[in-house]
Design a protein around this ligand. Structure first.
Ligand code: CO
Length: 308
């Protein structure tokens, strides 16, 4: 049988970002409709991740489900029992990638509607930030728009959390997009993708790291003695490259067949040797509430494309 030559149909970088954005948009809208109080956070996260995979993309990072004072970087453990409560303020931060080109988005929900204004503040801040990007604003000006909008609602932006550039297989690449006014006269550049993500709080506006970490990423892979650690490292390189992953993904990987004890020891070894790094769960420093809204954009010579 003769080999049929495939026509060169390599998708452009822009097409890959757009495709990742479309898939993530559907995953986000499905999640908005589906999430209800009483559900397990683990089920919510796994359903969103499997949705992304079914549509032909891969999760760019574990779905973050951060509740109330938890601002970011919480994802359920493999045996997580936590359920969503009516009065919870939940941030759902989700990402999809096509060949390493990432779309990153987040929304906030509060079933009891007690914190609608706090959610609206971050939504409106994102809307105003996007309008200023389209007008060619500087990075400092984008932060100023976010700060001004959130403060007009009587809340504070989180100063030590920011939006970011998206790189190929890099969740946080290059420049940061601040959530407060900064003296930064640079502009966003054509050919680059960015995530803009205002966080609003009824606290002072800072997060701190907690002791818990469920999300990790490759740091500097090197030889380790523990054979299970080597096995996990190889699995990470094959499946996630430099993108963040969850310990529950390692726990559930059929290829690995490790006991919980072996996995814990191996993960500790990888962290100690700096083969991987942890993303500690981030909490508002005084236990106050946090809302978040995020989207991603790709800029070309002619226009700003809002990916979702
Ligand atoms: Co982001």
């Amino acid at each position: 049988m003769a080999k049929k030559e495939e026509k060169e149909t390599e998708e452009s970088v822009q097409e890959k970002y757009v495709k990742a954005g479309k898939i993530l948009q559907t995953a986000r809208e499905n999640a908005k409709k589906r999430i209800k109080p009483g559900q397990k956070l683990l089920e919510i996260a796994e359903k969103i991740e499997s949705d992304i995979i079914e549509m032909g993309a891969k999760p760019a990072f574990p779905v973050n489900l951060s509740i109330n004072e938890t601002a970011a970087h919480f994802t359920p453990a493999f045996n997580e029992e936590l359920t969503l409560k009516e009065t919870d303020l939940l941030k759902v931060d989700l990402g999809a990638h096509i060949d390493g080109f990432i779309a990153d988005a987040a929304f906030s929900i509060n079933p009891s509607n007690d914190f609608a204004k706090l959610i609206e503040a971050s939504e409106k801040a994102l809307e105003n930030a996007l309008a200023s990007v389209k007008q060619g604003a500087t990075i400092g000006k984008i932060g100023e728009e976010i700060e001004k909008t959130i403060k007009a609602y009587g809340f504070n932006p989180i100063q030590n959390l920011s939006g970011h550039e998206l790189g190929e297989f890099q969740q946080h690449a290059g420049i940061s997009i601040p959530n407060i006014s900064r003296n930064d006269s640079r502009k966003l550049e054509a050919g680059h993708a960015y995530a803009i993500e205002p966080f609003a709080t009824n606290g002072k506006g800072f997060v701190k790291e907690s002791m818990q970490s469920e999300i990790f990423a490759l740091d500097e892979p090197k030889q380790v003695r523990n054979s299970q650690a080597r096995q996990i490292l190889e699995f990470i390189l094959d499946n996630y490259d430099t993108l963040p992953f969850a310990e529950r993904w390692i726990a559930k990987a059929k290829e690995l067949k490790l006991s919980e004890f072996q996995r814990k020891i191996a993960m500790r070894e990888l962290l100690k040797n700096k083969c991987i790094k942890a993303y500690p769960v981030l909490k508002e420093e005084n236990g106050k509430l946090v809302s978040q809204t995020e989207t991603s954009i790709f800029i070309n010579e002619k226009e700003v494309i809002i990916l979702l």
